[in-house]
Design a protein around this ligand. Structure first.
Ligand SMILES: NC(=O)c1ccc[n+]([C@@H]2O[C@H](COP(=O)([O-])OP(=O)(O)OC[C@H]3O[C@@H](n4cnc5c(N)ncnc54)[C@H](OP(=O)(O)O)[C@@H]3O)[C@@H](O)[C@H]2O)c1
Length: 318
């Protein structure tokens, strides 16, 4: 595995990180989740990205991770970077959602209990909350770090104009924002244009999520919607998003990937790594998928012709 520094901090992250949003909850087979976590670890993936609400049921991805850590990986805790977040709905009432100090600190405490960890390496404000002053949310992150519940603070999904406010507040409090987490892929390049330059100028890291557009940028849907796939679950990826146009685009992109000696998933991850990002958080539902994704790091350079061909494959009429 190769590593990059997160912005101008001393924290290095692997080019490929593993996310536990899907396929690690109480409704998923524990043996598969465990196998993926151990495979990731064996392949040098030192960064595991979780959030309070990952499951389903919400909270159970943290429990799965905690169990594997306890039973298999405990001696390696100091070799790992484990992140969690709070920001989206986690429990009923006014204190289980958003960016209030009450929510972030209570949720961080709950996440530590579920994982069995003494501290997170990175704790994120998962989203910008327009109903809470940014100062309150950022001060909660500062206090989470100061109280030893996390080593670094991060933000996720903040609009570019709020991003700088976060950086400024955190730096003034001597808890600089180590990283920003944003959705980015060949199909979703907007954050690379809007948020990545703000992070880069500030010296903060930038980590991409949903690099495979939840599976659309892979061979997963070339022959219909397989049982058990994310689209078949009809929650975050809906069957109607798997259109003939999307499948045709995946086929065009797959042909370019093949010429590069890569799978489409590998090319989609490599395309992000060729930008100035710190790491790419992949999801997976099997060890085979995860290994496919990790091998993206073997070729992360693109010719100008390849980049144009990818652009053309995504927007054939341009
Ligand atoms: N900060 C935030 O707001 C936020 C939001 C979303 C995600 N995230 C983070 O980012 C992580 C990744 O997000 P994501 O799961 O949406 O990422 P993704 O990598 O775009 O999608 C993962 C899905 O794609 C399919 N897949 C993965 N590798 C494949 C391969 N090699 N071949 C074929 N299909 C493959 C699998 O679908 P099947 O399950 O159908 O097999 C897998 O579940 C999350 O786990 C989480 O840690 C953060």
């Amino acid at each position: 595995m190769k590593f990059r520094f997160s912005g101008k901090s001393g924290l290095q992250l692997p080019l490929v990180s593993l996310g536990l949003w899907h396929n690690f909850g109480s409704e998923d087979p524990f043996d598969v989740a465990r196998a993926m976590l151990l495979h990731a670890w064996d392949r040098g993936v030192t960064h595991f990205d979780i959030a309070n609400n990952y499951g389903p049921a919400p909270g159970t991805a943290e429990m799965t991770f905690g169990r594997v850590l306890r039973e298999d990986l405990a001696p390696h805790r100091d070799e790992m970077i484990i992140s969690s977040k709070a920001g989206y709905l986690m429990w009923d009432g006014p204190y289980g959602n958003g960016g209030s100090r009450k929510y972030l600190i209570s949720s961080c405490d709950q996440s530590l209990k579920r994982t069995g960890l003494e501290y997170f390496d990175i704790f994120y404000s998962h989203r910008y909350d327009p109903n809470t002053p940014i100062e309150e949310t950022m001060q909660a992150l500062v206090d989470i770090v100061r109280s030893g519940k996390a080593l670094y603070a991060g933000i996720s999904n903040y609009p570019a104009d709020k991003q700088q406010e976060c950086y400024d507040y955190l730096r003034a409090a001597h808890v600089p924002c180590v990283i920003g987490q944003y959705k980015a892929s060949i199909l979703c390049p907007e954050t690379l244009q809007e948020n990545l330059p703000v992070a880069r100028d500030d010296g903060s890291g930038f980590i991409c999520f949903s690099p495979l557009a939840q599976g659309l940028l892979t061979n997963r849907y070339l022959n219909g919607i397989p049982a058990g796939s994310r689209a078949s679950k009809n929650v975050f990826l809906r069957p109607e998003q798997v259109t003939n146009d999307v499948v045709a685009m995946a086929q065009r992109l797959g042909a370019i990937a093949e010429q590069r000696g890569q799978t489409l998933a590998q090319m989609a991850i490599a395309w992000l790594l060729a930008k100035d990002v710190t790491s790419v958080i992949v999801g997976a539902s099997s060890v085979t998928q995860l290994e496919d994704n990790i091998q993206a790091i073997n070729n992360i350079t693109f010719t100008e012709e390849e980049l144009q061909a990818i652009q053309c494959a995504v927007s054939p009429r341009l």
